[in-house]
Design a protein around this ligand. Structure first.
Ligand code: NDP
Length: 279
């Protein structure tokens, strides 16, 4: 019987995960099919229960279920506990194990480029689930300074209080002096997906030092990235993070290294089919 993996979320129809996960499975000759499992919130308990069927290897979890799923698994990896969110479920002989690979996934493109993680002055936009993974990453690997800026200031303040790390600011002009000394600007808000909107005025990238990197977790071109590129700054979109978190999930499911470059190529091709060649 062909074994199964899948992505639990709602909606999931436009996900790139099946393209790059199946490419890796096929390349390694692993007879597992990666599926889309669209799951409205009311159906989450049933969906998780179905993972206990014998032919299921595990799952990825995405919006809006990452937090809720922590209550349905039998064990949690320490980093998933700290993040309060699960994006990977591994079916083990003793039950369902929840982990969070967004944290190493976020760091991977930075370490691959030789960024000195522990020495960065970071401005983080957002205080939702993705921002939480970023904060856990910097709490574990340190950074020189961290400013968490969010539309709802109280959510940023809550993150600062929970992790004892950084300072909270609103998404206003108070950010400009922080940008002037930042090594890394991360957009972890959901703003930019439409290709038109931006969490801060894109021209604020003018305030960044010339060596700064602008990292937008959205895995397509955004106005923020376009403005940074025009200014001549280094930029990074969220596609490498997406593939890196998927590669780490793959390692957890199969205890073997997946072909990362092949997965990235498959993701780039799938993104081109979805958004056009420029993402
Ligand atoms: P959440 O819904 O948990 O958080 C959304 C964040 O965006 C909040 O900080 C929210 O602020 C902010 N926001 C939403 N609308 C606005 C607005 N109009 N103006 C200003 N801020 C706004 O989402 P996630 O954290 O799960 O995801 C955030 C982004 O990260 C998404 O684009 C997602 O696709 C991406 N992502 C990418 C990954 C990757 O692998 N590349 C992995 C995970 C996520 P407020 O608190 O005020 O509502």
């Amino acid at each position: 019987m062909t074994k199964r993996l899948g992505l639990i979320g709602y909606p999931v129809e436009h996900s790139l995960s099946p393209a790059f996960q199946q490419a890796a499975l096929d390349a390694l000759g692993i007879p597992v099919h990666y599926e889309l499992w669209p799951t409205p919130p009311a159906e989450l308990p049933t969906r998780i229960a179905a993972l206990r069927e014998p032919n299921v290897v595990g799952a990825n979890v995405t919006v809006p279920h990452k937090e809720a799923v922590t209550r349905f698994v039998d064990s949690l990896a320490p980093r998933a506990l700290r993040a309060g969110a699960v994006n990977t479920i591994v079916v083990r002989s003793n039950g369902l194990h929840g982990d969070n690979t967004d944290i190493p996934g976020f760091l991977f493109p930075l370490t691959r480029r030789g960024f000195p993680i522990g020495d960065l002055r970071v401005v983080l936009l957002g205080a939702g689930g993705a921002a939480r993974a970023v904060v856990v990453a910097f709490a574990d690997h340190r950074c020189r300074s961290l400013v968490i800026a969010n539309r709802s200031l109280t959510r940023a303040q809550a993150l600062v209080a929970e992790f004892g790390l950084g300072r909270a600011l609103p998404l206003g002009t108070e950010l400009l002096p922080e940008l002037a000394t930042a090594d890394l600007l991360v957009n972890a808000t959901s703003v930019g997906w439409d290709g038109h909107s931006s969490p801060i005025p894109p021209e604020w990238v003018e305030a960044l030092p010339s060596h700064a990197l602008v990292y937008d977790l959205t895995y397509r071109q955004t106005p923020l990235l376009a403005a940074a590129h025009t200014r001549g700054l280094a930029t990074l979109d969220g596609l490498e993070m997406l593939v890196a978190q998927g590669a780490e999930s793959f390692r957890l499911w199969f205890q073997t290294d997946p072909p990362y470059d092949l997965m990235l190529r498959a993701a780039i091709d799938a993104r081109a089919r979805r958004f056009g060649t420029n993402g």
